[in-house]
Design a protein around this ligand. Structure first.
Ligand SMILES: [Zn+2]
Length: 334
């Protein structure tokens, strides 16, 4: 009883005296540390399975994101984001759905196997979980096209396979899984204005709601990528005009529309980074290819989230505000 009381006192003392700044710094540090620990496990799994670490990282990241936006799935609490059902792990015909014995799991066709060498296939052990997924892929092979087939057999969704491949491409290119940097899509020195209009009614082409933020600026002002990502779409659409779509490693789709034109030498499938030139502000759209000038020039910027089944728009305005601040701060440091 007395001990409890002392704990309580300590807790009260700590929580009241810790300055908020320090807590934030600790959080920031632990995020870096988590990335480091994850990368370590991915590389250990690669050593045993020969599945390149960036594929393992990409699958793990995809699953973590899906779980964070879906209400029917448990939120990720450990280093790994991959979630297996009891049946998938232990095998559908296994009489014991909580089986942790690698031999009987294999006998019943479960995916669970032992990655950390303790002779247990534990669904709550990060190394076992990641190893099990990589081990499953090795049945198909360890090269790019074999992994793709293995992923398709697992997810049965083309979009998921291409999203995971995109993440893998980014991780491989930059040699890190920390690709969270964002920036404002326009040069800060340009003259531009924007306000929050997400959800407003839009007339042209039937009843629609405004799925984005309009940043008004002059023709030809540079438009930059807001994130590390892969170009998923580029071309004409009767609403968006010349537009481009980039998916970041949080499985968020960044959409840039009404462009005047695109940056040279960028194509679907290419990797881009924050601040990379992708096009310029224009007024294209609301008609057949080439239509322009039906409204004042602006960048229409949208954000969409994918949950493994569908995709929906959310308000980019608060993010633009934050990225504008961060870009300003970053430029002052340089
Ligand atoms: Zn718009």
């Amino acid at each position: 009883m007395r001990q409890h009381f002392i704990y309580l006192l300590c807790f009260l003392f700590l929580s009241s005296s810790l300055p908020i700044v320090q807590v934030n710094a600790a959080e920031e540090k632990s995020k870096e540390k988590i990335y480091e620990e994850r990368l370590e496990i991915y590389k250990r799994v690669e050593m045993v399975t020969h599945i390149p670490w960036y594929y393992i990282a990409a699958i793990d990241q995809y699953e973590r994101n899906i779980r964070s936006v879906r209400n029917d799935l448990r939120k990720p609490t450990s280093l790994s984001g991959i979630l297996f059902t009891d049946e998938k792990w232990a095998g559908y015909i296994n009489p014991n759905p909580l089986d942790e014995n690698p031999k009987s799991i294999r006998f019943f066709g479960g995916i669970g196997s032992d990655g950390n060498g303790d002779n247990k296939a534990s669904k709550t052990n990060d190394e076992d979980v990641l190893f099990s997924f990589a081990n499953y892929l090795t049945q198909y092979g360890t090269d790019h096209s074999s992994i793709k087939i293995g992923l398709w057999d697992y997810y049965k969704r083309d979009k998921t396979v291409s999203i995971i491949n995109g993440f893998a491409k980014l991780y491989k290119q930059y040699g890190t899984i920390n690709l969270d940097e964002r920036r404002f899509p326009l040069p800060l020195r340009a003259n531009y204005t924007y306000r929050s209009t997400w959800g407003d009614a839009r007339g042209w082409g039937g009843r629609r709601i405004h799925e984005g933020t309009d940043i008004f600026a002059s023709y030809g002002v540079n438009v930059y990528s807001t994130c590390y990502g892969v170009i998923e779409m580029k071309g004409w659409n009767k609403y968006g005009g010349w537009r481009i779509g980039i998916r970041d490693t949080n499985n968020t789709y960044h959409y840039f529309a009404h462009l005047n034109g695109f940056a040279k030498d960028i194509k679907v499938g290419d990797i881009v980074e924050p601040g990379q030139l992708i096009g310029s502000v224009g007024s294209s759209g609301y008609g057949p290819p080439g239509t322009a000038g039906k409204f004042p020039p602006h960048l229409h910027f949208g954000l969409y989230k994918d949950n493994g089944r569908t995709e929906w728009s959310f308000d980019p305005y608060p993010y633009l505000k934050r990225w504008e601040r961060e870009t300003k701060k970053g430029q002052r440091k340089r």
